[in-house]
Design a protein around this ligand. Structure first.
Ligand SMILES: [Mg+2]
Length: 312
């Protein structure tokens, strides 16, 4: 029984995944990328969708506020466009040179001890076959670092490369994870477009009367749960870093341990708040403590295996 208890402990670390938003989380808002994204979205709405320039600011704000991303809102109110073309227009022309290599963050991520456990299972060079043990310990650690962004994959890969972090993550959960290529035909005119500005200009207008969007993205809790299911991430064992308060609050609702990035001020739904992603170590010492405890158990478990062989 004692042996089984120890095995149980080994197989249940507190966290087995760290999920990181990308934009304005892994690099600072001061890079200016966010303002370029906003400008490019506005240009797309004018040049490709034929929306009046004077309406862009208010419409963009309403869509972003009510749908999570402007793109999701544009689709909801009736615009139809090719997703790849949209991403190429909005992200493809960004000044990626504004994103600077971040060797400090790379060092932090590469030295997360919880991450090291991924490769801490018994190495081939140290077999236990010489021990006449009738019970073999299976050290089933899997702690992974993943990107969780609303952006498209090309953008995520380019930004990570600029940061010098392209080899720090096991996976990228992104726009394409949840959204198949847009199947709709090109929009055939203004007649089919829902007037969201007009809707909110009416007294008592409610957000729950808005048309639904086919685009799945943060902070929609159903979309977030689906994304994590596809990526095989258990939210109750994952830590989620994001600079968006509403994403953090949605993450909390689906069971994630949450860390708001970009401000030291905690808000409702945030378990922690970091002024910069560089503050992970100072703000989340339990990551390292957890790893240390786990490592202790790991080492101890080797001894348990040998002890068991003696008693078998
Ligand atoms: Mg962000």
């Amino acid at each position: 029984m004692e042996f089984e208890d120890r095995c149980h402990k080994v197989q249940e670390p507190k966290f087995d995944c760290l999920l990181f938003d990308l934009d304005d989380t892994l690099y600072p808002l001061s890079s200016g990328i966010a303002s370029h994204v906003k400008k490019n979205i506005g240009d797309y709405m004018v040049e490709k969708l034929g929306i009046e320039e004077s309406k862009i600011e208010n419409l963009g704000n309403l869509l972003y506020k009510n749908y999570g991303t402007t793109m999701a809102g544009l689709r909801a109110i009736g615009y139809s466009f090719d997703y790849d073309e949209y991403h190429s227009f909005v992200h493809g022309r960004l000044p990626y040179e504004n994103i600077k290599p971040d060797p400090v963050l790379k060092h932090i991520l590469k030295n997360l001890r919880i991450r090291k456990l991924v490769s801490s299972s018994r190495p081939e060079s140290k077999p236990i076959s010489h021990v006449s043990c009738n019970r073999v310990l299976v050290l089933n650690w899997h702690a992974s670092l993943q990107i969780f962004t609303n952006g498209d994959k090309d953008h995520a890969v380019r930004a990570l490369k600029r940061l010098g972090l392209e080899d720090c993550f096991e996976g990228i959960i992104c726009f394409e994870t949840l959204n198949p290529p847009c199947p709709s035909p090109p929009c055939d005119g203004e007649a089919s477009i829902f007037d969201i500005a007009g809707h909110f200009s009416m007294p008592g207008a409610a957000a729950d009367e808005l048309p639904r969007t086919p685009v799945l993205c943060k902070p929609n809790v159903d979309a977030m749960e689906e994304a994590l299911r596809i990526a095989n991430v258990n939210p109750h064992k994952a830590i989620f870093f994001d600079d968006s308060v509403r994403n953090i609050q949605a993450g909390k609702r689906i069971g994630l341990h949450t860390v708001l990035v970009g401000t030291p001020q905690r808000v409702k739904g945030a378990d922690h708040a970091l002024e910069s992603i560089h503050n992970i170590r100072e703000a989340l010492p339990e990551l390292w403590e957890e790893a240390e405890k786990a490592e202790d158990v790991l080492i101890y478990s080797d001894r348990v295996a040998i002890e068991t062989s003696v008693t078998a």
